[in-house]
Design a binder for this molecule. Structure first.
Ligand code: SF4
Length: 364
């Protein structure tokens, strides 16, 4: 069995290690690129959201490299994510590929965790929970470690004394982590790089602009689709905070367990005056986190959404009210395969410039 999965930011590092722990051969799709999107778009329904197209492109590129088993997250949201795996499987079968699709559903109780472990047993050829459960826990641990590492990168980049040092370290990290095998080697590399990051010289007193990123999870986490916005902003001297991360997403799935606390309740409470029901995706989080960023004195918020994303379109229509009531500037960026980098960068630069001038005026 040669297993693959779609890319969504750094989540692949943990998935790769888990499947390797379970004894599977893992094929990582090439980093998302123009060809990935073109391939995916060519075989996708025209008006489907862009994450569908890119992830289908990931599969096609992995199948070219020999993958025969595909792993995908499903969902029961009132949006299209719940159908992704079925439609993608059908498209790939129509194209003549003989593949098996394994779909993990979000967990809401112990029974669903058990059913997920049963799906993992297809990968490992064992139904022994003493082997499956530790691999699952190690995967979650790695997701946490990677997010901690990424948060440190985000905090260090705008304050680095030698320009480009963090980016150089990050490229080295990607190279080493891709060459690692299994949990232990992967964990050691993340920890080693975290220590190296702590040694990067920074200007501790630098006054930086703080921007919160809200929006649909895939567009927030996958640098190809958001044109590397987090790195771009960091190199412009902006400290970014991602309102959705893989670790927080996992935490929210398992916070029915007594020792796990997620931010979900706090975010939903903040969103309540504007949106008090679930409409799918991360729309409720977009609203709640924008309110929370305004209360935490962030300078601005950037809202990322894929073109035709139903839940985020609703959130987008509510954000101008919050912008006015909470006095926090919000920049909306809609992403699709037609997004041009030059225009996109200009809008971000103009927004940062506006926030900088606003901050200076306020300080004076
Ligand atoms: S959240 Fe938006 S982009 Fe994601 S699957 Fe749903 S509709 Fe598509």
């Amino acid at each position: 069995m040669k297993i693959t999965f779609p890319l969504m930011g750094n989540m692949y590092i943990a998935l790769k290690a888990v499947f390797e722990e379970l004894g599977a051969e893992v094929i990582i799709p090439p980093k998302c690129n123009k060809r990935t999107l073109e391939l995916g778009t060519l075989h996708s329904p025209e008006l489907i959201c862009i994450p569908f197209k890119i992830t289908l492109g990931n599969y096609l590129e992995s199948i070219e490299k020999g993958a025969d088993t595909l792993f995908m997250w499903g969902g029961s949201d009132p949006c299209r994510i719940g159908y992704y795996n079925m439609i993608q499987e059908e498209i790939l079968n129509t194209l003549g590929y003989d593949i098996e699709m394994i779909c993990g559903e979000p967990f809401k109780n112990l029974k669903e965790i058990k059913s997920f472990l049963n799906k993992l047993s297809k990968v490992s050829n064992t139904s022994n929970y003493f082997k499956l459960l530790p691999a699952f826990i190690k995967g979650i641990k790695l997701i946490y470690e990677i997010d901690e590492f990424d948060d440190l990168v985000i905090k260090t980049r705008p304050r680095e004394m030698i320009k480009g040092e963090v980016d150089k370290l990050y490229s080295k990290f990607e190279e080493e982590v891709n060459g690692a095998k299994g949990y232990k080697e992967t964990l050691n590399i993340i920890r080693k790089k975290k220590e190296e990051l702590k040694n990067v010289l920074i200007d501790k007193n630098k006054q930086v602009i703080r921007i919160g990123i809200v929006g649909e999870i895939y567009t927030v986490l996958e640098p190809y689709i958001n044109l590397d916005i987090i790195k771009k902003l960091g190199n412009m001297g902006v400290e970014v905070h991602r309102s959705v991360t893989s670790s927080e997403f996992i935490k929210e799935q398992i916070d029915f367990l007594p020792f796990i606390n997620s931010n979900k309740e706090e975010v939903h409470r903040a969103a309540e005056p504007y949106l008090n029901t679930e409409i799918g995706g991360h729309a409720r989080h977009t609203i709640g986190n924008t309110v929370l960023y305004s209360e935490k004195d962030f300078d601005g918020v950037i809202h990322l959404l894929p073109f035709t994303c139903m839940p985020e379109i609703v959130a987008q229509s509510i954000l101008p009210t919050i912008e006015k009531e909470k006095n926090i500037p919000v920049l909306k960026l809609i992403l699709d395969e037609m997004t041009g980098e030059a225009g996109y960068s200009t809008r971000i630069e103009a927004f940062v410039d506006l926030l900088q001038r606003k901050k200076e005026a306020y300080t004076q």
